[in-house]
Design a binder for this molecule. Structure first.
Ligand code: AP5
Length: 216
């Protein structure tokens, strides 16, 4: 089964992806995570995209399509993929469709995570992440059991915050979402693939709604 999680920054795409990976053995393909890894390892591409990401703008279609194509080539053919943060433009959506067809794969569901813009500021500014395993936390809604210790991997003093998690960058990211990504809602609706969940619910409630969609 292959699915896309579609939603604005802070909708909970990464959080729900981690649950699906842990509970269903799916593989998360997050272009945001791949781009951050390229920055950390200092590749030419990582350096090239750093300023664009910090400002909250979109990286070029060519770069992210290349990253996804590489992942589809290297994972086994029977992998169940979660596309998290990809596609983000109509060009990327067409490219993903063509890549899947070329591999004999198909898309099963596109899940739009709906959430009020007002809730996104506190989601984004309160987020912190484990630098070792990528587990996602929040100051108010999802704290680790012990301060400074990751619940998932046990790393101590390993929490980091993203450079683009500030109000100014969030405004640019939201604009990019409404300008470039929201047309994908109609695109996938027309293909009969779109389903919606209430992203404002509690994390487990959102996961339960997703489970119902995946069972269809
Ligand atoms: P990316 O990393 O994809 O960021 P994003 O889409 O802005 O999404 P986020 O990771 O910010 O949010 P999320 O929906 O995953 O929320 P999360 O689960 O963490 O992209 C970053 C940048 O990379 C882009 O701006 C762009 O520059 C570039 N890029 C990436 N892909 C690209 C592409 N395809 N094309 C071009 N450029 C690309 O949750 C947020 C917080 O809320 C957490 O603290 C979490 O604990 C909390 N939370 C989650 N769910 C709930 C809930 N139900 N209730 C309460 N709290 C919750």
């Amino acid at each position: 089964m292959n699915i896309i999680l579609l939603g604005p920054p802070g909708a909970g795409k990464g959080t729900q992806s981690h649950k699906l990976v842990a509970e269903r053995g799916m593989v998360q393909l997050s272009t945001g995570d791949m781009l951050r890894a390229a920055r950390t390892s200092g590749t030419a591409m990582g350096k090239q995209v750093a300023a664009v990401m910090d400002a909250g703008e979109l990286v070029t279609d060519e770069v992210v399509i290349g990253l996804i194509a590489e992942q589809l080539d290297t994972n086994p053919a029977d992998t169940s993929f979660i596309f998290d943060g990809f596609p983000r433009t109509l060009v990327q959506a067409d490219a993903l469709g063509a890549l899947l067809v070329s591999k004999g794969l198909k898309l099963d569901h596109v899940i739009e995570m709906r959430i009020d813009d007002d809730a996104l500021v506190s989601r984004i500014t309160g987020r912190f992440t484990c630098s070792k395993c990528g587990a996602v936390y929040h100051e108010a809604t999802k704290r680790p059991a012990k301060d400074d210790v990751c619940d998932s991997c046990g790393k101590v003093h390993g929490f980091t915050r993203r450079k683009d998690d500030n109000e100014e960058s969030l405004r640019t990211r939201l604009l990019a979402y409404y300008r470039d990504t929201s047309p994908l809602i109609g695109y996938y609706y027309a293909k009969g693939l779109l389903a919606r969940v209430d992203g404002l619910g509690e994390i487990d409630a959102v996961a339960a709604e997703m489970g119902e969609i995946l069972a269809r």
